[in-house]
Design a protein around this ligand. Structure first.
Ligand code: AMP
Length: 126
């Protein structure tokens, strides 16, 4: 089944400039901004500018330029925040929620970058 993109979602409105955001980085294909309800001292959302609903939608249908740009932006955010373990940082977590079981709130693909405190184990037991 193909994904149907709802262009009234809040990140679509941010991309159209209809509501403000706290931009961290912007490129041709990608926007990164601070989460409005941060769950860690660093909580950045990285989104493609294209109309993709989930990670799998983006990874399957986006162009190589969009996919490369998205990940380069994420890497630059990690580098500039000094959180990458390869550069002596204390580490970070990336995650993306897709659909109902993952409690995806905003149906526009986004990757969370979380850092700045111990983040615990990946998941709590069900
Ligand atoms: P998810 O549950 O993975 O869909 O996460 C959606 C995230 O978007 C949550 O962490 C929200 O705090 C965040 N969020 C919702 N509205 C905004 C907004 N206007 N600006 C920044 N972050 C937002």
């Amino acid at each position: 089944m193909a994904y149907a993109y709802d262009d009234q979602n809040i990140f679509a409105k941010i991309l159209r400039g209809e509501i403000p955001n706290d931009t961290v980085m912007e490129t041709e294909h990608t926007l990164a901004f601070n989460d409005i309800r941060p769950q860690a001292p660093v909580h950045v959302l990285v989104i493609p500018k294209g109309a993709y609903v989930t990670f799998d939608h983006f990874a399957a249908d986006a162009s190589e330029a969009e996919i490369a740009d998205f990940h380069r932006v994420a890497a630059r955010i990690v580098a500039e925040a000094g959180i990458g373990p390869g550069e002596g940082g204390a580490g970070y977590r990336t995650l993306s929620n897709a659909g109902e079981d993952a409690v995806q709130e905003v149906p526009h693909y986004h990757m969370h970058i979380l850092a700045g405190r111990p983040l615990g184990r990946m998941l709590q037991p069900a």
